[in-house]
Design a protein around this ligand. Sequence first.
Ligand SMILES: [Zn+2]
Length: 437
Amino acid sequence: MNGKACCKPTVKRALVCVILLAMPARSVASPQASRQAQGSRLPDDARVRAALDWFSPNISWVNDQQARITEIPAPPFQEAQRAGAVKELFAEAGLVSVQIDKGGNVIAELRGVNEKEIVIVAAHLDTVFPAGTDVKVHREGSRMTAPGISDNGSGVAALLAMARAAQFAHLKPQRSILFVGDVGEEGEGNLRGMRALVDAYRSKLKAVVVLDGSGTDHVTTKALASRRLEALITGPGGHSWSDFGMPNPINALVRGSVRFINTKVPATPRTTFNIGQIEGGTSVNSVPHEARLKVDIRSESEDELTRLESALRECIAAGVRDETESARDRSKGKLEWKVELLGSRPGGELAVDSALLAALRAADEFVGNQSRIERSSTDANIPLSLGIDAISIGVGGSGGGAHSLQEWYDSAGREAGLKRALLTIFGIAGLAEAKSQ
Ligand SMILES: [Zn+2]
């Protein structure tokens, strides 16, 4: 029953509400609540302490895994080689049912007492860098530099570290934990790996913890909705001199783009747009036969996204119209245009009183960390949009230059992030009772 129902002016219902409110919280304690309580007591367990203590003396092993994984290229839609390596490492860490699913996600299980309920901990395998990018890792002390080293070499390394720590300390969860290296998080991957995972495990899935990048300063509980669109304008094309005057797709695209970037967007709900790529034409002395651009639009509101998407369509149509009207010679053909949706990430939010957030907060408290709530576009968008509890967190250490060739990661202090992640995951999955010998 929610607050609204209580407010209805029915005496009987009001009475029921009063009685419910007067009942001690204990009598309605859910398994979730008891797991919540267990979250803050986790470090009292000797096995958990052994797992937490595993990280510090093994940091150089974790760093080595991170460098090794990062040096296996994983461009968008080409994650298979990296997935293969992670699969082997999962098996070495004692996880079971290690497999690569149809979409290319590597999935391995830390079997719980209750196999009917699942918690997923996932780190994306893919990078934004195209095939052929030099991904050699340069190391200097605790600092490593390479494309993808932090986003998401650090996340994948954290998965492996936690699996090893759990194996070392014989940790057995209540709910089964699936360790996943997932595909298709970046750009046009459009979260396809996470979509497939949630689809496959939805009926058992209780929570998703996404590990993405460095740091411990934030917890993403709000999914930023976004859409990616491509506008394409085509025409007959021809010679710059002899065909001068025919409608030109690049001209039309420029005319439409200028209209679009003048579109007003609200500060609240925060809404943004970015023309990220523009291409077309064959040579400087040819009238192009094609021009295209890619736009990323984001908003705290789905309605604003829809409005902005329509604005893009109208602007491109207007650009084509303007160019056609001003063409000196329309007999040489006309322009066609279309705007296609390349990807869409739905929005959603984790409830502030969720057991998952409580587990994270308990972990923060244990490691002496403070983290702020963030809204962002991550793999957590998919579960959050379906009402499944999910967060995205960094895995400790520090990093910068994500999506650039100068990307770096510094492992100093990474233990805190690993402990925080491990406690969060076992906080929400629960810990099995120790076996009496
Ligand atoms: Zn990432």
